[in-house]
Design a protein around this ligand. Sequence first.
Ligand code: ZN
Length: 511
Amino acid sequence: MRTFLPLVLALIGCGPLIDREADEAEPLQFFSSSEQGLVTCAERQDTGYRSGAAFAITVVSADGKPAERDTANAYAVMQQAAANDGVSIAVVSGFRTMAEQQHLYGCYINCSCNSCNLAAQPGYSNHQSGHALDLNTSAPGVLNWLSAHGAAFGFSRTVPSEAWHWEWWGGGPGGGPCGSTADHCTSAEAAGCGQYGCGCVDHQCNGIFCPGTGCSAQHAADCGAFGAGCADGACAGGTAPGSGCTAKETLDCGSVGCGCVDHQCNGGVACAGTGCTWRETHDCAAFGVNCVDHQCAGGFGTGNGCTAKETTDCTAQGCGCVDHACSGGNACSGSGSTARNATDCGGLGCHSVDATCSGGSCPGSGCTGKQTTDCAAQGCGCVDEVCRGGWCEGTGCTARQALDCGNVDAGCSMGRCVTQTGTVVATPDAGAPMPAPDDGGLPVLPGDSGPTEVDPNVLPPAPVEAAPTRLELVRGGCSAAPGVWLLGLLLWARRRRAPSGWRGRAGPSRR
Ligand SMILES: [Zn+2]
């Protein structure tokens, strides 16, 4: 009776059963124990059939039986879950070739073999389409486990009379050993998306040159547990090396003059922020250097420690920019100099003012425009960043100015050489302030190879430092590494080749 049930169901309108086939009685289990639990990913190409039409199918081995690769991946994940519950599932029959199905069908038609069991017409069995697996449901606990949990892994029982016949048509948690990605895509899906320059997440194209982060929610959460972001299938940004942006995000932000940090446009010529991830900022700070646009700069390093936008914005206010803050010039407090400027000029016996050596032993007063203006409002001159002379203490002259005046037998007052009668006889050397010494090279951070792709399976160690106080959390590994330039070149070349529609929309984005 049971062998006719599918036929009856099909005749009364249970359409799907026609395609899902009925097949033979439960096959004998003749696998050896060493084959159990073993999905081997060595691939071979074969010819599959669905609804009579042939197609190329990729076959691997599950429990020693041929099985379509994606089905085998889903099965391996389910099999492991069952094993964790103490249930030992095994494949008894998987993918079948046309010859094998023809043999079984002949047995059924001629009642000459295989116990005359029902078999689907050749070309119409889902053992030929790769979706069906016959499982060892007579083994203890297997059928109960499958009935309770199979659906969660994408497997369903499709032939009511055959408890052993289970099919997978997609779904489940993803993964599996044979070329599937960490983000719930089969290797075939990932390869398909890859042809469009995209990653794959949850069975959809996502990341790299496509919109999206390129990471599943779980993957992002796993990275986030370590304070890292996730981009293009790898922990990146935040506490992890890398910018934390996909290739598309980086291109999109770059097209509007910005860098990209943690999936947001940041830094550069046009965007707010330092242009660095938390890790980049941390790594640079360990050397007393700030971070700007994924590079160490400012502080005790070279450069002013400001992005192009920060510098432009400060300049518009009549100020310089130092370590991401407006400083110096005619309008802002501060010396307008980095710690390195001050150290370098100090080595010459001078102050650093607006990133040039001034005052002390160097030409110039050693004061910014604002400092000079502020002192003048008190009736004083300004010397080495302090109000001096006039109504204030001192002569109002730097050490160099006093020396220069002495060379012409005059005294120095308020930056000018005067005789004892008060006649101005000379002006001390008023040459342009000296540029601060600069070796022109960014510090190379030991052991830091710059942003690199991280093995998503190897999460970075949890950060031991407290969270940064700055609002713009930006940092990355330091960047003058060749790999970064190579990546940039590749991205540039890729962009040149990409259709114009791929340039993406302009503007800061959060995806
Ligand atoms: Zn079957």
